[in-house]
Structures are given as structure tokens and as C-alpha cells.
Design a protein around this ligand. Structure first.
Ligand code: SF4
Ligand code: FES
Length: 244
């Protein structure tokens, strides 16, 4: 396939960025999107030009670092797929592909397609843990948990902290992320002990860091690569009201 890439280039958070055009020939449909960017960077380095900076780590859809906007969608146009698992077979020969970083005040651009998502770490460290000392691990079956609750807690726990929900939201809200982190504890007996302190601390930190309020449009759920559900946001709101 021959493609035309329109990629956002930006030196650092204080510089003005702009789109640069890069033609790419002979792209294999078997390549992943990041492999295609690797091939572009190899070409740029051979030409003595600055490679495109993009974030990645696991390339298996589990670390959450590879987020970028592709043709107007966080992680690209294929639902429930991270950028690293996006295959080039979803693109057409001759297509122009627009590639941009997340755009949110709380996620400043570090360089090109890389943004600083440490705001998520700050929310997580504000309360997204269990600090009660329970001694040795008890026999799992000695704490009965309804199957529905354990399934919902598990579904919430697969949030990878990628930030696509923030990028998709017109208010740059982090509610889907925070609600997933709250839900994974709130649904289990082990998480109930510190539930009030946890939800107050995480919501306060989220507001302090400049994330907006929930827009109620559901854009976050539609674009989340792990299909975290809006029902988690309803649970977050209930937990928050109960905490006062
Ligand atoms: S809720 Fe979804 S989109 Fe948001 S950070 Fe978690 S995995 Fe990413
Ligand atoms: S590189 Fe880890 S989720 Fe994509």
C-alpha cells in the first residue's frame, strides 16, 4: 500500500506544533500501525532527519502508553483496539492518515505524539490502592463475593490508563478512568474499608489536575479500547455521594 501520513510534529510543550506530510510506499497490510511508524522513522533517520517521537512499551495492548489520535479517533478507527494492536489492513491503498497526540490540558505534549500522562499516576496514588494491613493472604473462598460483582470488578480492573477517554471527551474528563479505578475496589469487600477516603481523594485530585466534568455524551465509552462501561461512572457518582 502507498499512504500519505499527516503527522503532528511539536518540539516541546511550549512550541507551536504543525502537521508534516510524509509519503510512505510499500506498506504491508500485515504490519501493525507502530511497525509502520518504525519504518517511517528508519527512513527519516537514514535521511538525517528527526524521527517522529511516539510512546510505546508492551505492544500487546496492556501498558496503555501507545495512545494517539488516528483519523479523528483515539487509537484509530477500529473499536476496542489499542494503537499497538491496530493492523494496517484496516487502511486503504492511497489513503491519507492523520496522526495527532491526545489534546487535553492535563496531558501536555512532551514531543510530537507523546503526551505527559503522569496526571493519571497522581490520581492513582491519591487513593487507588488498599493500605489496610490484613496479614497473610486469606483463603480466597472464605470471603464470598457474588459472581456478578467479581465479574464487574474484573471488567473495571482491565482499564490500562491509556487516556483515550480523556482525549475523546469534549470536556477532557477523566471520569471513565477514575470510575474504573474506583469500581475495581468498591465492588469487593476488601475495597469497602477505605472506600470513602479513596473516592474523596481521587475525585479531588482529578479536579485539581484540570480534568473537566463528565459531558454525558458517552464518547469515552465509545472510544475506550478496553470497553470500560459508563455504568462505572454512575457507580463513581454514587460512591462519591455516600462519602460525605
Ligand atoms: S477507561 Fe478506557 S480509555 Fe480510559 S484510560 Fe482506561 S482503558 Fe483507557
Ligand atoms: S504499547 Fe502497550 S498498550 Fe500499546
Amino acid at each position: 500500500m502507498d499512504l500519505r501520513l499527516k503527522i503532528w510534529r511539536q518540539k516541546d510543550a511550549s512550541s507551536q506544533g504543525s502537521f508534516e506530510t510524509y509519503p510512505m510506499e510499500d506498506v504491508s497490510p500485515e504490519m501493525s500501525f507502530l511497525e509502520m511508524l518504525d519504518a517511517l522513522n528508519k527512513k527519516l533517520v537514514e535521511q538525517g532527519k528527526e524521527p517522529v517521537a511516539f510512546d510505546h512499551d508492551c505492544r500487546e495492548g496492556i501498558c496503555g502508553s501507545c495512545g494517539m489520535y488516528i483519523n479523528g479517533h483515539p487509537h484509530g478507527p477500529v473499536p476496542a483496539v489499542t494503537t499497538c494492536l491496530l493492523s494496517m489492513r484496516y487502511f486503504r491503498d492511497g489513503e491519507t492518515i492523520w496522526i495527532e497526540p491526545w489534546r487535553a490540558r492535563a496531558f501536555p505534549v512532551i514531543r510530537d505524539l507523546i503526551v505527559d500522562r503522569s496526571a493519571f499516576d497522581k490520581i492513582q496514588t491519591a487513593g487507588g490502592f488498599i493500605s489496610v494491613n490484613t496479614g497473610g493472604a486469606p483463603e480466597a473462598n472464605s470471603i464470598p463475593v457474588p459472581k456478578k460483582d467479581s465479574d464487574n470488578a474484573f471488567d473495571a480492573s482491565i482499564c490500562i490508563g491509556c487516556g483515550a477517554c480523556v482525549a475523546a471527551c469534549k470536556n477532557s474528563s477523566a471520569m471513565l478512568f477514575v470510575s474504573a479505578k474506583i469500581s475495581q475496589f468498591a465492588l469487593l469487600p476488601q475495597g469497602r474499608i477505605e472506600a470513602k477516603e479513596r473516592v474523596r481523594a481521587m475525585v479531588e485530585k482529578m479536579d485539581e489536575l484540570g480534568f473537566g466534568s463528565c459531558s454525558n455524551t458517552g464518547a469515552c465509552e465509545a472510544e475506550c479500547p478496553k470497553q470500560i462501561r459508563l455504568t462505572n461512572i454512575a457507580r463513581l457518582n454514587r460512591e462519591y455521594y455516600k462519602a460525605f
